[in-house]
Design a protein around this ligand. Structure first.
Ligand SMILES: [Zn+2]
Length: 270
């Protein structure tokens, strides 16, 4: 997002109050609190169940493991790098292969979306495939530089104070959007304009993304049961490109993405 959009949203924020708003990973707060309140309850038991299921599936997914491991070995180190509140990116990291995406796939009023080459191609493939099936999703946000994230984060500190800002906006260097492989995709039919709201996950468009994103190489970084691991509430709109082989393995693993990436980093290619 840019400062303009943040500023616009701030009116919404100031009007409805701040309690319970935690859209930190996307660097801003788009959802009205009635949507987010209650969703911040981390479900450790569900996360545990997922982890257990993931462990049992691990041995069965050897073929996918091999393809993903080979993909990971050939990929540049940033493509599958874990980025979260603890693990950041260098301030000067800016992917060299950023490309502008055709505005037809962007939310109206948010033109000029950019992503890394492979990810840009994959997001267009995904959004156009959805369109072909009558599911209208568009790109709302994509690459965000360190400096852009710095301005966004400072904007929230100035208005909310640092403690609250840290609940709602990722510090510079700690947003997956800086990787250039991450996008926020939303529906035209959410009834909320083009805002990023959790109800997207319950819409046909959100369900389509949850069911199919991995087929195009994307993972959903912040699942509904992952807050105890990610530190972020459910963000059904936030997808990160990890390549088709690893997205398939991530999907079958049942792991929260950051845990999957940790495991991948310690898995030798075979
Ligand atoms: Zn995001």
């Amino acid at each position: 997002m840019d400062i303009t959009s943040v500023g616009r949203r701030s009116w919404v924020l100031m009007g409805v109050g701040l309690a319970g708003l935690m859209l930190a990973a996307c660097g801003g707060t788009e959802a009205p609190p009635e949507v987010k309140v209650g969703t911040a309850v981390a479900s450790a038991s569900v996360a545990q169940t997922s982890a257990t299921a993931a462990a049992s599936k691990t041995t069965a997914a050897t073929g996918a493991n091999q393809m993903c491991a080979a993909f990971a070995q050939a990929a540049d180190p940033y493509l599958l790098r874990a980025v979260d509140k603890q693990r950041g990116l260098p301030a000067d990291y800016r992917p060299a292969d950023l490309q502008t995406i055709d505005d037809r796939w962007a939310v109206s009023g948010f033109p000029g979306q950019i992503m890394r080459g492979q990810a840009a191609g994959a997001i267009v493939e995904m959004v156009s495939a959805a369109q072909a099936q009558g599911v209208t999703i568009r790109i709302r946000s994509s690459f965000r530089s360190y400096a852009e994230q710095q301005r966004t984060f400072q904007f929230w500190i100035d208005r909310l104070g640092e403690a609250q800002a840290r609940r709602e906006s990722a510090p510079p260097g700690h947003s997956e959007h800086q990787l250039g492989t991450t996008a926020d995709v939303i529906s035209a039919n959410s009834g909320t304009g083009w805002e990023l709201v959790e109800q997207f996950g319950a819409l046909p468009e959100g369900k389509w993304v949850a069911a199919h994103a991995h087929e195009f190489g994307f993972a959903i970084s912040y699942p509904p049961d992952g807050e105890s691991v990610t530190g972020y509430v459910y963000e059904p709109w936030h997808v990160r490109y990890v390549g088709k082989p690893c997205a398939a393995e991530w999907k079958s693993s049942g792991l929260v993405l950051v845990r999957f990436l940790e495991r991948l980093a310690t898995t030798p290619a075979r």
